[in-house]
Design a protein around this ligand. Structure first.
Ligand code: FAD
Length: 413
């Protein structure tokens, strides 16, 4: 799909998993849960089934943690295997990042999905021995032989059929033909961009917006498609010293540092990670290389420290571009428009630069590629550079917000 992340960059390509298993079939396989306080903050807003205490039994039920066994946070016989082991040598850039964070005084955690996940720790993953275990593999494969289960591929849902304010089925396209399928129960789970699109195509959404496209209004719900959130990723790149290997063993551990931004009202709202620059992003998207690299540094000799805003204050939107279901909706993440968001990312990148300059990186990093010293030192220049280069972590959420009956922006209860 194509969507806008910042006005400076305009529309960019945004990957989504149009496949069985959805995003889990193409994603980064970081099996990082929300933190306990995230769930508790949802419960405090009135979503009383979503406290960590209420949600943790479902995490236990879903996972088979291969490393950590306890009776509260972790399950050992669920369908989704999780590991954080390091069987090969720790990559040099991970070693340097790890040491630099410790030297800077950050604490550690041995369980990023535990009760105290803040600080530096290894990111849990659902990649086992080099094999991605998608939700399709974990949940669908074991029951594919059931005679009371049918999964249809290549079927495109065009709208939800609604009668007397109740969903009674869907209109779907298969092999170029349209079908109406009735059902006793309809579960809408087409992701944070397509779910609000389908609701709006079905007459559920902001009434004025639906009328613009000639869609009869079934229910005026202004929250449909609002409140779009997505983690951003701002990246500091550096040249890796010649002779230092950037090869990673398939079981190599990746560290993440969750920390609280100075002056933040949130806890653990920021994340720093280190990785190589050559990945799916630079390999397949023309022009991206120049965004993060300058000069003659070949991408395969560069690495990065990325800074992610975990709990943004700003939100974006999803809106219809057409009443035709085949036309993708418009969306804009509206990254970094909130002053508290740009401030935290600016400070995060400066902290990443300090880590890079520390003793821990002496044998690994030759020089910082981007942002350069002049940009890094100047708030305005750095803010502009961030807006021009920031990428997306592709973790879309929020567009069908949960809430209580008195929340006008709530979409589901
Ligand atoms: C490149 C990438 C990297 C990511 N990395 C990570 C990571 O490392 N860790 C992590 O936790 N998360 C990661 N994510 C995010 C994570 O994958 C998503 O948050 C998650 O998959 C969302 O699940 P979902 O069920 O809401 O939607 P989706 O996974 O998007 O599933 C929606 C499904 O609905 C189908 N669909 C949509 N519209 C229609 C229609 N009209 N008719 C029929 N079918 C339809 C789609 O084909 C898809 O199969 C990443 C995502 C991407 C894209």
């Amino acid at each position: 799909m194509r969507g806008t992340i910042t006005e400076e960059q305009g529309e960019i390509h945004v990957a989504q998993g149009k496949v069985i298993g959805g995003g889990s079939s193409i994603n980064g396989q970081a099996m990082q849960r929300g933190f306990p306080q995230d769930f508790d903050s949802w419960a405090a807003l009135g979503n009383d089934q979503w406290s960590y205490e209420k949600i943790v039994p479902f995490f236990r039920k879903s996972e088979r943690d291969l490393d950590i066994h306890d009776n509260y946070c972790h399950g050992s016989d669920g369908p989704m295997p999780i590991r954080r082991r390091q069987t090969g040598p720790l990559p040099a850039i991970q070693q340097a990042f790890h040491r630099a964070c410790l030297d800077a005084g950050f604490g550690t955690t041995n369980d990023k999905n535990g009760l105290n996940p803040g600080g530096l720790g290894i990111t849990p993953s659902n990649n086992i021995d080099g094999v991605r275990v998608s939700t399709a593999m974990a949940y669908l494969n074991p029951v594919r032989h059931y005679l009371n289960l049918t999964v249809r591929g290549g079927v495109f849902v065009r709208k939800i059929l609604i009668k007397d304010h109740k969903a009674i089925g869907v209109e779907a396209e298969s092999g170029g033909q349209a079908f109406q399928i009735e059902a006793g129960r309809v579960v809408l789970s087409s992701g944070a961009i397509r779910s609000p699109q389908l609701l709006m195509l079905s007459g559920i959404g902001p009434a004025d917006h639906l009328r613009q496209f000639g869609i009869p209004v079934v229910r005026d719900l202004p929250g449909v498609g609002s409140n779009l959130m997505n983690h951003l990723s701002a990246q500091l790149t550096f040249k890796v010293k010649d002779g230092v290997s950037l090869e990673t063993h398939r079981d190599a551990a990746h560290f993440a540092l969750h920390y609280t931004a100075p002056g933040s009202s949130y806890v653990n709202d920021m994340v720093l990670r280190s990785s190589t620059v050559v990945d799916e992003r630079t390999e397949h998207v023309p022009g991206v290389r120049t965004k993060y690299l300058t000069g003659d540094v070949p991408p395969e000799r560069a690495a990065r420290i990325s800074c992610t805003l975990g709990l943004p204050d700003g939100t974006g939107w999803v809106r219809l571009a057409s009443a035709d279901p085949g036309v993708q909706p418009k969306f804009n993440y509206c990254y970094l428009q909130h002053p508290n968001d740009i401030r935290r990312v600016r400070e995060g990148l400066r902290m990443a630069a300090r880590l890079l300059e520390s003793e821990a990186y002496r044998d690994v990093a030759e020089f910082r590629i981007q942002p350069d010293d002049d940009v890094l030192a100047d708030d305005h220049a750095l803010d502009l550079w961030i807006r021009q280069t920031v990428g997306t972590a592709r973790h879309v959420s929020g567009t069908c917000k949960m809430g209580t009956a008195d929340d006008p922006m709530a979409v589901v209860d």
